[in-house]
Design a protein around this ligand. Structure first.
Ligand SMILES: NC(=O)c1ccc[n+]([C@@H]2O[C@H](COP(=O)([O-])OP(=O)(O)OC[C@H]3O[C@@H](n4cnc5c(N)ncnc54)[C@H](O)[C@@H]3O)[C@@H](O)[C@H]2O)c1
Length: 257
């Protein structure tokens, strides 16, 4: 898909990767860009800067996602590309309280489900539409130190795969964006991006560049860090060896046995 003349919605558009995508889509000649975020002021600021429309949304709340899609339809017309990008992190494993697991699940997984539920009927009727779901390399590999993040990002990849399989022959395109560390508010507290920064930190603008290229090629997996593909292949090729390697990496970063 070429972005030129397309109507685009980006959740999490006030900051980081979402913001860089909004800016890049405008530069690529999008007809309209809706900047949607729970941070209403931030969404308004980015929208004003790029000449888009700022909308406040909580992607973990279905009615709010529905309202975003309705507003975009009324103001801009049919949505060609919906970037379900908003996401949050978490630290810890099984000991994380249920409330934290439920919160991250509602945003990192149900956010994609609510978006698809709201935009798919119109896209299927038109026989075209594109869903770009931001997951993470953690959704293909893992996230050392964060079970809720690893689990929800795996689920995000699985949902994107499902959409691509189920609706690919009905004109629906799907991509899963799976970066490692990117210099955004999410990684600001981790020196060098923490363990996810093992292959270096990318700027959000570089990720947006890969997104435009990946959308143009209509490729399912968009991997701004190329090494992720190799790790993913190694994982599939020898799971036990891969797990041993991950334990070594963990020991290096977190200090382990
Ligand atoms: N930064 C990284 O290293 C990295 C790597 C891989 C994947 N990702 C993913 O990229 C996406 C964007 O993250 P980022 O790094 O740009 O972080 P960021 O914190 O800079 O931006 C995230 C944006 O999402 C918004 N948001 C949070 N909860 C929301 C909600 N419930 N509803 C609507 N908006 C909400 C925030 O207000 C913020 O503007 C996330 O899904 C994240 O998991 C980030």
């Amino acid at each position: 898909m070429e972005i030129r003349d397309k109507n685009v919605v980006v959740t999490g558009g006030a900051s980081g990767i979402g913001r860089a995508m909004c800016e890049r889509f405008v530069a690529e000649g999008a007809r309209s860009v809706v900047v949607a975020d729970i941070d209403h002021g931030g969404a308004e600021r980015v929208a004003k800067q790029i000449g888009g429309m700022g909308v406040s949304v909580d992607v973990g709340d279905e009615a709010s996602v529905r309202a975003l899609v309705d507003a975009a339809l009324i103001e801009c017309g049919p949505i060609d590309l919906f970037c379900s990008n908003a996401g949050i992190g978490a630290i810890g494993g099984a000991e994380c309280p249920n409330s934290e697991w439920e919160r991250i699940w509602s945003i990192n997984v149900m956010g994609h489900v609510y978006a698809a539920r709201a935009v798919l009927p119109g896209m299927l009727e038109r026989g075209e539409g594109y869903l770009l779901n931001t997951a993470s390399a953690a959704g293909l590999l893992s996230q050392i130190g964060s079970a809720p993040y690893a689990v929800t990002k795996h689920a995000a990849v699985a949902f994107a795969e499902y959409l691509a399989i189920t609706h690919g022959d009905q004109g629906i395109k799907v991509s899963a964006l799976c970066p490692q560390a990117v210099r955004t508010a999410m990684t600001a507290d981790f020196e060098g991006g923490g363990v996810a920064g093992v292959d270096g930190m990318l700027e959000p603008e570089a990720v947006a560049e890969c997104v435009v290229e990946g959308l143009r090629a209509e490729r399912f997996l968009i991997l701004p860090h190329e090494s992720v593909l190799m790790y993913f292949q190694r994982k599939a090729g020898d799971y036990d060896r891969w797990l041993a390697g991950m334990r070594k990496l963990q020991a290096r970063y977190l200090g382990g046995p």
